[in-house]
Design a protein around this ligand. Structure first.
Ligand SMILES: C[S@@+](CC[C@H](N)C(=O)[O-])C[C@H]1O[C@@H](n2cnc3c(N)ncnc32)[C@H](O)[C@@H]1O
Length: 447
C-alpha cells in the first residue's frame, strides 16, 4: 500500500489510483495550457499534487484542503518535497467562502458522504451558502460530493476547468441529476467518462466529469422539477418503502414444529428463490412476542432461555414485525422481482417492503414494478458486489427514477387493477407476469 494510514470512512476517504489521477491532470491541463491557480479541495494523501507535478509546469500555484490533519500534514510535506508552490489548509473546504471565481483549474475526488451523516447545522450552512450563491435550492438529499461539485464551479474563474472523479450516484440518483442540471447552467460539460470500480475495496463505478465554467450563467436546458407531470420520478414519490423485519439473530426467533409454543408463532417469509410465481407464501414461522403472548403460561421464561442461549438480553424479544403489500429483495442476482404479500405476513429484512403513495392501487403498482422497464432501472442503480451479485441500498432504491404511473388514465388503471387481481389469484408464473407487464408499460407509457 502506498499510504499506511488507515482510511477514515466517515470522511469519505477513497484514493484515486495514480494512473487515473495522472490521466485526469493531463486532460485538464491540455484544456487550459496557461493554468496558474489550481485548487484541490479534498486532497487526501497528495494524490493530485503528485499527478500535477509530473506534468512539469513551472508557474503554477496549488491550494489544497483537507479536514483530516493526517492528510494535511502528509500533503504539506509532499508538496514541499516535490517543490510545488502551494498552500495546504487543514479546514472544511465547504466553509471557506473566500474563494469565489479564483481558480483556473479545480481538480478533485470529493468525499462521498451521505447527507444523513453530515452534522445538521453544518449541512444547513452549506445549503444556505451554496443556495444563495447559485440562486437555486439544493436538494436536501445531496451527498457531500454533490456540494463539492457545486462549490467547485463557484470557485472557478470564468472559462476555468473543473475535472472531478465522482461515484456514479451522480447519474443514478435524483439529487445527482439535479446537481448536474445546476452545474450545466454555470458550466459546459466537456467530457464524461465511466471508470469501472476504480477505488480499492469499493465496488462501485465512477465518472470523470470535465466542465468549463461559462462566462455567464445560462438557464438549464435540462430543467429538473419534481413535478407530478414528469415522465420519470423517484421511486419514493410513488412508494412508501422501508426495510423488512429485523431480528437481532434469527435462530432464537425461528419456530420449529416440535416447539412447546409452536402454535403461538406467526408466519414469516425469508427466501424468495424457493417461491413459484410472485405471490408470497410463508416459508418460516417466528415468535413475535407481544403483550398477549407474554400472558401465556411459561412462554416468557421459555423465550428468555432461548435468547440467553444466543447472548441476547430479554428486551430483544420484542421484534417489530414489518408487513406491507410489495416486497423487493435488494440482493439482486439474476432475476429481480417484486413479490405480492397476499396474506399480509411479516417479511424478513432482506426485503424492502412498500405500499403505494396516494390512492394508486397497490396491485397495479406491483404489476408495473415487475416490467422490464421498471426492473432494469432498479438493477442499473444497484452496486456490483462481485460474482454476479448486486445490491441496492434503501436510499438508492428510493432515488431510482421510474416511469410515473400517476400519468395513466383512470380507465387504464381500472383495467390493470382487474388484470393484477387475476394474476395474483391464479398465482401466475413470474415470467408471464414480467412479459405482460413489459408489454403494458410499452403500450400505455410508450417506453
Ligand atoms: C475521496 S478522498 C480523495 C483524496 C484524494 N484527492 C484522492 O483522490 O486520492 C476525499 C478527501 O476529502 C477529505 N474531506 C472530507 N470532508 C472534507 C471537507 N468538508 N473539506 C475538505 N476535505 C474534506 C477527506 O479527509 C479525504 O481525504
Amino acid at each position: 500500500m502506498r499510504f499506511s494510514l488507515e482510511l477514515d470512512e466517515t470522511l469519505g476517504q477513497v484514493w484515486t489510483p495514480d494512473e487515473i489521477a495522472n490521466e485526469m491532470a493531463r486532460e485538464a491541463f491540455a484544456l487550459i495550457p496557461n493554468v496558474k491557480k489550481i485548487l484541490d479541495p479534498a486532497c487526501g494523501p497528495a494524490t493530485f499534487s503528485k499527478a500535477i507535478n509530473q506534468l512539469g509546469f513551472k508557474e503554477i500555484e496549488l491550494i489544497c484542503y483537507d479536514v483530516d490533519p493526517r492528510m494535511y500534514n502528509f500533503t504539506s510535506h509532499i508538496n514541499q518535497k516535490i517543490g510545488l508552490k502551494s498552500e495546504t489548509r487543514n479546514q472544511d473546504y465547504l466553509l471557506d467562502s473566500s474563494l469565489e471565481n479564483s481558480f483556473d483549474l479545480v481538480i478533485m475526488n470529493p468525499p462521498y458522504i451521505r447527507q444523513e451523516l453530515i452534522e445538521r447545522e453544518t449541512k444547513e450552512y452549506y445549503h444556505q451558502y451554496l443556495g444563495a450563491k447559485l440562486g437555486v435550492s439544493i436538494d436536501k438529499k445531496s451527498n457531500l460530493f454533490a456540494l463539492f461539485l457545486l462549490k467547485g464551479i463557484l470557485d472557478l474563474a470564468p472559462n476555468g476547468i473543473m475535472c472531478a472523479i465522482v461515484f456514479d450516484a451522480v447519474q443514478n440518483s435524483a439529487y445527482g441529476k439535479k446537481t448536474l442540471s445546476i452545474l450545466s447552467e454555470y458550466a459546459e460539460l466537456i467530457s464524461t467518462k465511466t471508470v469501472a470500480t476504480p477505488f480499492d475495496n469499493v465496488l462501485i463505478d465512477a465518472q470523470i466529469l470535465i466542465y468549463k465554467k461559462r462566462e455567464k450563467k445560462i438557464t438549464s436546458i435540462i430543467q429538473y422539477q419534481e413535478s407530478k407531470n414528469n415522465l420519470f420520478i423517484p421511486l419514493e414519490n410513488l412508494l412508501k418503502s422501508r426495510r423488512g423485519t429485523a431480528l437481532p439473530k434469527r435462530a432464537p426467533f425461528l419456530a420449529d414444529t416440535g416447539d412447546k409454543y409452536y402454535k403461538y408463532s406467526s408466519p414469516f417469509f425469508i427466501k424468495q428463490n424457493r417461491l413459484e410465481g410472485l405471490v408470497i407464501k410463508p416459508d418460516q414461522r417466528i415468535y413475535l412476542t407481544n403483550s398477549d403472548l407474554e400472558k401465556i403460561d411459561g412462554f416468557q421464561d421459555w423465550m428468555n432461555e432461548r435468547l440467553e442461549k444466543y447472548n441476547l438480553s430479554e428486551n430483544k424479544k420484542f421484534v417489530k414485525p414489518v408487513k406491507g403489500s410489495i416486497a423487493f429483495n435488494y440482493y439482486i442476482r439474476n432475476a429481480p422481482r417484486h413479490l405480492w404479500n397476499k396474506d399480509n405476513i411479516a417479511l424478513s429484512d432482506n426485503f424492502y417492503v412498500s405500499e403505494t403513495k396516494g390512492d394508486f392501487p397497490t396491485e397495479v403498482a406491483w404489476l408495473l414494478l415487475n416490467s422490464d422497464q421498471y426492473l432494469n432501472r432498479l438493477t442499473a442503480s444497484a452496486r456490483n458486489q462481485g460474482n454476479g451479485l448486486r445490491k441496492l441500498q434503501l436510499y438508492e432504491y428510493k432515488n431510482v427514477l421510474l416511469p410515473n404511473w400517476n400519468l395513466l388514465s383512470d380507465v387504464d388503471i381500472a383495467e390493470l387493477f382487474d388484470l393484477s387481481k387475476d394474476l395474483i389469484q391464479s398465482g401466475a408464473e413470474s415470467k408471464k407476469i414480467q412479459e405482460l407487464a413489459s408489454n403494458i408499460v410499452k403500450k400505455l407509457m410508450d417506453l
